[in-house]
Design a protein around this ligand. Structure first.
Ligand code: PXG
Length: 324
């Protein structure tokens, strides 16, 4: 059977699932349930205190891109906040893949959330005996209106978390300053906000890492001030394979305003060219040559690598744990 036939069959399967369950099947409290029935307790500390961690992952062409790396980062985030995930990393990979299979996903966006779980009013996490794992799968996620022609950024007055407050390496459920920064960008007619670190250097966008292209190299800020983005690290490797020099060093706002090219990157958005920052046009105002090469190389890579959704099955023990 040809690849295209496989794909159209799988897409037909996905269409059938969507027709009967528009928001798909969500994994929560150990079971796959329709989105309408997938509920968490009002006493969940993820809801009450933003006490939890998450990942955004993508599937392309029937494979999950960088699944193991995302799961590793989820466990690192959880470890940092002293949250015990009630599964092994391998079981978590299996639950993600099973979510894709049950939703007939070929291409899609996955959200994995682990909260401290249901407890009581009161911040003490000892009241939460068991973490809650949620896996949501969507066929698409749109973050920016017209990403391919480039987006406009404005610098936010809200700073990215400093390590003294909450390490930006923790992909936690505390996104309020990022949300406020995005509201600010919306209010100012921009597509996205650029968030600075506590020293006034560029940290990242609200849900994406930031790169500039100088005469010498592709430059991105060191991860002390931003999320250790999976796309960011992939792009550093992609650039090296294309023979493009890379540097990780602080970027002053002046250097961002006056750079030849800039882009932001993340799992959901992929690589999105930036055409203006604070009303300073970047380069010619069109997508730059280096950015174009990175966009294409990343696009090709994500569609050609990843963990196959259909090559494995969960262990009997894990499968038996699924309540529905
Ligand atoms: N910085 C921040 C603050 C993020 O939340 C990234 C960078 C990019 O990281 P990855 O590993 O994806 O390359 C993120 C990613 C959303 C959403 O809309 C958030 C993320 C990813 C996807 C969707 O809520 N965070």
């Amino acid at each position: 059977m040809s690849t295209s036939t496989n794909q159209s069959n799988s897409n037909a399967g996905a269409d059938a699932v969507r027709a009967s369950l528009p928001d798909g099947l969500v994994y929560v409290s150990g079971a796959f349930r329709s989105a309408a029935d997938a509920t968490v307790s009002v006493f969940d500390h993820g809801l009450l205190y933003g006490d939890g961690v998450f990942e955004g992952i993508r599937a392309y062409n029937g494979r999950v891109f960088k699944l193991e790396r995302h799961v590793e980062r989820l466990f690192d985030s959880a470890k940092a906040i002293r949250l015990a995930i009630p599964h092994t990393p391998s079981e978590l990979c299996d639950i993600v893949l099973e979510s894709c299979r049950r939703n007939a996903i070929v291409d899609g966006y996955l959200r994995v959330v682990v909260t401290r779980g249901p407890g009581d009013l009161g911040v003490d996490p000892r009241k939460c005996p068991r973490a809650e794992l949620i896996v949501i799968v969507k066929p698409t996620l749109s973050i920016y209106a017209a990403p391919s022609t480039g987006i406009r950024l404005v610098t936010s007055t809200f700073r990215r978390n400093s390590i003294e407050c909450l390490s930006p390496a923790i992909k936690s459920l505390n996104y309020l300053n990022n949300v406020l920064a995005r509201i600010e960008a919306n209010d100012r007619g921009a597509d996205e906000a650029l968030m600075l670190d506590m020293n006034g250097f560029v940290a990242e966008a609200t849900v994406d890492n930031f790169f500039i292209v100088t005469d010498h190299a592709l430059v991105t800020p060191p991860t002390a001030t931003n999320l250790k983005g999976v796309t960011r690290e992939t792009i550093l490797a992609v650039a090296a394979s294309l023979g493009i020099r890379t540097e990780e060093k602080p970027i002053a706002l002046f250097d961002a305003w006056t750079t030849r090219e800039a882009f932001i990157c993340g799992t959901a958005a992929e690589v999105v060219p930036v055409i203006s920052i604070d009303d300073r046009v970047i380069g010619s105002g069109a997508v730059g040559a280096v950015t174009g090469r990175i966009v294409t190389a990343y696009h090709d890579l994500v569609r050609s690598q990843g963990t196959p959704i259909h090559a494995s099955r969960p262990s009997q023990e894990l499968a038996a744990s699924f309540k529905v």
